[in-house]
Ligand binder design. Structure first.
Ligand code: B12
Length: 136
């Protein structure tokens, strides 16, 4: 078991070095559902330097069979994240996927959508299924 842990560490270090060489950034992605008791899911993904969050979601989807998402094009603001892992936002129920960035336990909403936002290295992005209030 000990040897396996060491090998695991080396593989991680190697992957990290390869990503740095190819100009891609690692990010952490969490998916949480505020409206159900479903456990939080965490993934890691990567995006090319200067690339947008959509790229990290696509890469994750291609690599991981239990992560899927759909988008809808808005004529003014670009891509709207419509559903994650089969759960879709709904106008009548006022539910949607909120996109946040977490740092030191503090959560901040992104000020643009997935087609515009450029993640930083090692950023923790949170997709949170929640409801919107009337003033939002
Ligand atoms: C209400 C609102 C919402 C509601 C829409 C609910 C609904 N169905 O009515 C909810 C809460 C869902 C929402 C979510 C978000 N929003 Co909003 N929203 C608004 C707001 C205040 C008014 C929109 C509106 O009702 N217009 C009137 C109707 C008649 O026009 P409409 O074209 O049909 O409106 C649609 C679009 O605005 C769309 N929409 C709303 N927000 C967003 C965000 C993105 C990225 C996209 C592609 C579409 C989109 O939903 C509306 C209804 O279908 C605008 C501010 C503004 N100036 O427009 C921000 C605004 C559009 N939202 C913004 C943002 C950033 C977001 C989020 C990314 C925030 C986040 N970090 O989670 C999320 C989207 C996440 C995702 N899943 O992709 C920004 C977009 C900036 C940009 N250049 O990308 C704006 C301009 C506010 C701002 N200045 O920060 N939003």
């Amino acid at each position: 078991k000990h040897t396996l842990t060491i090998i695991d560490c080396h593989i991680k270090a190697l992957l990290y070095a390869l990503r740095a060489l190819s100009g891609s950034l690692s990010i952490k992605l969490s998916v949480e559902n505020e409206l159900s008791n479903e456990p939080l899911k965490s993934y890691s993904s990567s995006v090319v330097e200067g690339g947008v969050l959509l790229g990290a979601l696509r890469r994750l989807h291609d690599a991981q069979h239990d992560f899927k998402f759909t988008v809808k094009e808005d004529p003014n603001f670009g891509l709207f994240l419509e559903s994650v892992n089969g759960v879709a936002g709904n106008k009548d129920e006022k539910t949607y996927w909120e996109i946040l960035s977490e740092s030191s336990g503090e959560f901040n909403r992104l000020d643009v959508g997935i087609g515009c936002y450029m993640p930083k290295a090692d950023e923790h992005i949170v997709l949170r299924y929640t409801t919107w209030s009337p003033q939002q």
